[in-house]
Design a protein around this ligand. Structure first.
Ligand code: PEP
Ligand code: MG
Length: 921
């Protein structure tokens, strides 16, 4: 069958529902006609009032772009046929001088990308059909307002004419007429403005670059509705690759290959007088999840007016009280309920009421904050609409980060400067900046900032990503700033009306106070309460309580349920008792990596230095004795904090010179000592020390004397560490504790290395056991972080009780990239050029995954009972966690703050790989 490029939806005036679903479910259809198109068709299918139209597929967009912005044969004919059919269904034609049909042309990708791509409204108007619109509506002002809006939007969106020209012309007109508001302009004023706009078009559109709109050698606003439609569709297709859409996709991990659909839909008007209105709403509160209808509307306005925050909106709850809108308001409430019953989720809606009649323009699963996501998932489960597994699937793990992010310290004392709307929860502290560019500049210098704007526009996206938080003086909870901030999980306070922002002068005055804020001043905002504070409020980490705790408990039940898929554990990487306790509080089931080198920093550095640099055996022994004591204390603390839970202690890994100071400092000191005329003996000691220091330097330390090699060259270090572990264990066991240490050997490359080290470890443990009289079973395993280890895991596994995949080194060595050197040097470029799909240090690379696979298979071949986990950074990344489940790992280990995210992601991975969430019967 030939590929279908166009799908129809909705009923015409004949009442016949012509909807052609592009798939059996919305989820299937969205890949073809985009989310908006799929949901319009779905709403039409269940009998909701949807203005009819048709969707041109995402695949058409991709093919159009791939063919260098040209149309494949037959596609324009198919669109033309759909247009004709729509005209027939409506009994009206585009451009008709008596009764013109008007359409909107909107983007709609498989994933929602609010405000990122282009839209054209009122298409079909021209110099003749504007009179037909006057005739039909009897409303001259409305008709000219519609036409001038169309010329403005088409010129800007389709032809790229700078929007400021039009805004300036409107302002000039208002000044000329001595009025303040757009609504005070008369029909005649708007007619004149339309002429001015057409002149702006003629002057600013390059006729040579756009022969299709050129008449007699000059650019002229196109009068042919078919041409208007084609150009608008092409522009919407083109907007898929505009800069802000690309940034948004990168941020939200949406593939560039999907393309956008285009929805051509009959226009309905919310600006046809006092019984017309337009609004946006959510079926529940998207900021905190409260079960209430939530949103804004505006009487006598078009949709963009609500989102743009230009006029102050009214709360949706008041709609039913507006004379002439009561019925539509009631119907809308019923539709909210019907939509939730149908979708089993919180929905986001756009609607328009045209002279009392309600029309649904869009619905989609509503974006929500993490707090709301948790609350709503639990409500739907409690209402019996979804299963626990579905509830667990409803919360995006990365989103939890918002809740684990700082909040104002409840003990902090501060004075609220002003208040706005609590648009996106969480708290932020930073310098005031007034532009997206400045926000990016600050972020590049690691300086936290708050982006302060009258209202944000899609062009501010870069700055919104870079800033810690967003503060606006205008716009409601569905304004651009609020929607985007919630999507990103950035704290946002919007509509703080007391702020008078002068972005040019880089100054904010605060009504009712004598405070003047300047660029660089520190402020704090609380997106949970709407508070704005002058100065820095101390921030604290929140605790896991309430809905978050419950959903994570459900996730744990799923992870630990052996009856459906493998048990999948979550451990933490921690190397001190405080972090171990935090990990435990966050739900870690053990410590997957205790990097002991971190125990040799701070005041310990001197002791390890004296061990490394000692010139006599006695001095070395003395340093080792001191180290043994402090290490034993360290392990006592760790094992107590994790009593009853596994603690994998990794033997010393880094090259020894990392503990030493820079030899240059010693060289300088030596020179000073020579100048001072120190004695020959003293100078010789200094020179010997410097020579020893120099001998530890390596040209390529990452590949040098480190890991197990260190323990083989300096067995006394291994002996000291193992003795400390075993002694601490014996000590605690004698006192009734239940320590569960395991010893991990780093950087194994060959089985012989592990054999040698393991033999030594077992000898020391046996010795401590004998001395203390305590039976000790301490498993011994190794890191798999060198490619050779992964490919010889079938040998190494014979001597390992467990493997822990170190994907930091495995990625470095697998790619031949040194992380410290490449992450800023060329990974961003590689990502832009699509040489890499993702940063391999953040998300497990498929090639490195093959090494992990070899390692897991080899390990199991050698030792059926071997326990396999991961402790590299990717262990806390939800996408990688899915891969680790599928690769057969038993657990992931990550930094303490990512443990809750990993618990949820691990449950989701297991659900996805075992047939998806169980549905309620
Ligand atoms: C690893 O290589 O993944 C690992 C956990 O070890 P480190 O980061 O300490 O080298
Ligand atoms: Mg490593």
């Amino acid at each position: 069958m030939a590929e279908k490029h166009v799908y129809r939806f909705g009923a015409g005036i004949d009442g016949v529902n012509a909807t052609e679903p592009a798939g059996e479910t919305v989820d299937q259809a969205k890949w073809i006609v985009g989310g908006k198109g799929a949901n319009l068709a779905e709403m039409a299918k269940i009998g909701l009032p949807v203005p009819p139209g048709f969707s041109i597929t995402c695949q058409t967009c991709v093919a159009y772009a791939n063919a260098g912005n040209t149309w494949a044969d037959g596609v324009l004919d198919e669109i033309d046929a759909a247009r004709e059919n729509l005209e027939e269904r409506m009994g009206k034609k585009l451009g008709d001088p008596k009764d013109p049909l008007l359409v909107s042309v909107r983007s709609g990708a498989p994933f929602s990308m609010p405000g990122m791509m282009d839209t054209v409204l009122n298409l079909g108007l021209n110099d003749v059909s504007v009179n037909g619109l006057i005739e039909q509506t009897g409303n001259e002002r409305f008709a000219w307002d519609s036409y001038r809006r169309f010329v403005q939007m088409f010129s800007n969106v389709v032809m790229g004419v700078d929007g400021d020209f039009f805004e300036d012309a409107i302002n000039e007109k208002k000044a000329e007429k001595g009025v303040k508001l757009d609504t005070e302009l008369t029909a005649e004023d708007l007619k004149e403005l339309t002429q001015t706009f057409k002149q702006i078009f003629a002057v600013n559109v390059d006729s040579q670059a756009h022969p299709e709109v050129t008449v007699d050698g000059c650019a002229a606003f196109p009068q042919d509705p078919k041409l208007q439609l084609r150009l608008a569709i092409e522009a919407v297709f083109g907007s898929w690759m505009n800069e802000r859409a690309i940034i948004y996709r990168k941020q939200n991990k949406i593939s560039d290959d999907l393309g956008t659909a285009v929805n051509v839909q009959v226009m309905v008007f919310g600006n046809k007088g006092e019984t017309s209105a337009t609004g946006v709403a959510f079926t529940r509160n998207p900021a905190d999840g409260t079960k209430e209808f939530y949103g804004d509307f505006l009487v006598n306005a078009q949709g963009e007016d609500v989102v743009a925050g230009i006029r102050n909106t009214e709360p949706i709850a008041d709609l039913k009280t507006v004379p002439g809108l009561e019925e539509a308001g009631k119907q809308l409430d019923e539709i909210f309920v019907k939509l939730e019953e149908h979708y089993h989720d919180m929905m986001d809606i756009e609607f328009t009421i045209e002279q009392g009649k309600l029309w649904m323009l869009q619905t989609r699963v509503g974006k929500r904050t993490a707090m709301a996501a948790l609350a709503i998932a639990m409500q739907f489960e409690a209402e019996g609409a979804i299963s626990r597994e579905e509830a667990v699937m409803r919360v995006a793990p990365d989103q939890l980060d918002q809740l684990l992010h700082p909040q104002f310290d409840p003990k902090a004392d501060f004075k609220v400067l002003t208040k706005g709307m609590n648009a996106s929860p969480g708290a932020a502290v930073g310098k005031v900046v007034f532009s997206a560019e400045e926000a990016v500049h600050c972020a590049n210098k690691d300086q936290p900032c708050i982006l302060v704007r009258w209202e944000t526009t899609p062009d501010d996206l870069k700055g919104m990503v870079a800033a810690e938080g967003i503060l606006t003086s205008h716009g409601g909870k569905t304004s651009h700033a609020a929607v985007i901030a919630r999507g990103m999980g950035a704290p946002c306070v919007c509509g703080a009306e007391a702020l008078k922002i002068d972005a040019k002068a880089k100054e904010v005055t605060v009504s009712g106070t004598d405070v003047v804020l300047h660029e660089g001043d520190i402020i704090s905002i609380n997106g949970t309460t709407g508070d704005v504070i002058l100065g820095a409020v101390p921030l604290v980490r929140p605790e896991l309580t309430g809905d978050l705790e419950t959903i994570l408990e459900w996730a744990d039940e799923i992870r630990r349920d052996a009856s459906r898929g493998r048990i999948f554990g979550v451990r933490a990487n921690a190397d001190n008792p405080e972090d171990a306790q935090l990990s435990r509080d966050f739900g870690a089931e053990g410590i997957g990596l205790d990097r002991t080198e971190h125990m040799f920093l701070g005041d310990r550095k001197e002791i390890i230095q004296s061990f490394i640099l000692a010139d006599r055996t006695g001095a070395k022994q003395q340093a080792l004795g001191q180290l043994l004591k402090v290490q034993t204390d360290d392990f006592l603390g760790m094992f107590k904090a994790m009593d009853g839970k596994t603690v994998i202690v990794r033997l010393l890994d880094p090259p020894l010179h990392e503990f030493l100071d820079n030899p240059r400092d010693y060289a300088v000191e030596l020179a000073h000592a020579e100048d001072r005329g120190e004695s020959d003996i003293q100078l010789k000691a200094r020179r010997d020390l410097l020579a020893r220091l120099d001998s530890f330097q390596e040209a390529n330390p990452m590949l040098g004397l480190r890991g197990c090699r260190l323990g083989i060259v300096y067995p006394e270090l291994t002996e000291m560490q193992v003795r400390a572990i075993a002694s601490a264990t014996a000590h605690l066991k004698k006192r009734g504790f239940d320590p569960k240490p395991e010893i991990m050997v780093p950087l194994i490359g060959t089985v012989e290395e592990l054999k040698v080290v393991r033999e030594q470890i077992e000898g020391v443990i046996a010795g401590v056991s004998e001395q203390t009289g305590v039976e000790l079973h301490i498993p011994v395993g190794c890191m798999i972080e060198i490619p050779r280890a992964a490919v010889t895991a079938d040998e190494i596994g014979k001597y390992a009780d467990f493997f822990s995949f170190g994907t930091n080194d495995l990625t470095q060595m697998g790619f031949g990239y040194s992380r410290d050197d490449v992450e800023s040097a060329f990974i961003p470029l590689y990502l832009n050029k699509k040489i890499l799909k993702a940063n391999p240090f953040e998300t497990l690379d498929p090639g490195i995954a093959k090494l992990v696979k070899l390692g897991v298979e080899g390990g199991h071949q050698a030792n059926e009972k071997i326990v396999c986990g991961v402790c590299g950074e990717t262990g806390g990344d939800p996408d990688s966690i899915q891969m680790y489940y599928d690769l057969g790992l038993d657990y992931v280990s990550c930094s303490p703050y990512r443990v809750p995210i990993a618990r949820l992601a691990a449950a989701q991975a297991k659900i996805k790989s075992n047939g998806g969430a169980q549905k309620l019967a």
